[in-house]
Design a protein. Structure first.
Length: 217
């Protein structure tokens, strides 16, 4: 996959955009205006998007663990279903899945890291890409959650690993993109700032309320 912007087409559940028509519209827009890839969740959405798009598609499945951590393509059976459905790349947060995938096929894996240690193991196992996606979303990193991206993890990964790094997780401004590239990111994956209008509306409403409170204080 070429360097550039990847668009994660995963609308918030139970919102008006949580349907295939919206997901396809986001994906087609991403392709038309210069993205280098898109990301979708689920075999069904993968198959439908692959019928239309020429861009590389990163696919995954998602689950939540008992500790409320996010797990991405946690089982080998999930990987196999996505692979058979034609995913160009498959994202996973499971080292067990990485180990079970045949070494020649590991180049098609995007390992979604939360901490440096697991990313380092994934790099040694030969995955094609590593992303910073899960920092702040697992039990080991909840305390690291911040409105801004985890640039500290990104810098660790780019400085110490030879695997291309995808910056992902709360990227929403030009400044974020500039900093990620200056730290050596291969690509930047953007989700909520593009494909979650509910997040954007809520963000602006809160900004208005805060500004209004200051103006009337």
């Amino acid at each position: 996959m070429d360097p550039g912007i990847i668009v994660s087409c995963q609308p918030t559940k139970a919102t008006p955009f949580d349907n295939f028509g919206s997901i396809l519209a986001f994906a087609v827009t991403a392709e038309k205006f210069g993205a280098v890839g898109v990301k979708v969740c689920g075999v069904g959405h993968l198959r439908e998007v692959k019928e239309i798009l020429r861009l590389p598609v990163i696919a995954c499945t998602k689950a939540k663990a008992a500790n409320n951590s996010v797990e991405v393509t946690p089982e080998f059976a999930d990987w196999r279903s996505l692979f058979e459905a034609g995913a160009d790349f498959i994202a996973t947060s499971s080292l067990k899945v990485v180990e079970r995938v045949d070494p020649p096929l590991r180049a098609g894996l995007v390992f979604e890291a939360d901490v440096f240690e697991t990313a380092q193991i994934a790099s040694r196992l030969g995955v094609g890409f590593i992303s910073t996606t899960l920092s702040g979303y697992t039990a080991a990193t909840f305390e690291r959650f911040d409105p801004d991206p985890d640039f500290e993890l990104l810098e660790q990964l780019t400085a110490k690993l030879g695997t291309p790094i995808i910056a992902e997780g709360r990227y929403s401004t030009f400044e974020h993109i500039h900093k990620a590239l200056s730290l050596g990111a291969h690509s930047i994956c953007i989700g909520s700032a593009i494909t979650r209008p509910d997040y954007l509306v809520n963000k602006f409403v809160k900004a208005f309320e805060n500004a209004a409170a200051l103006c009337h204080s």
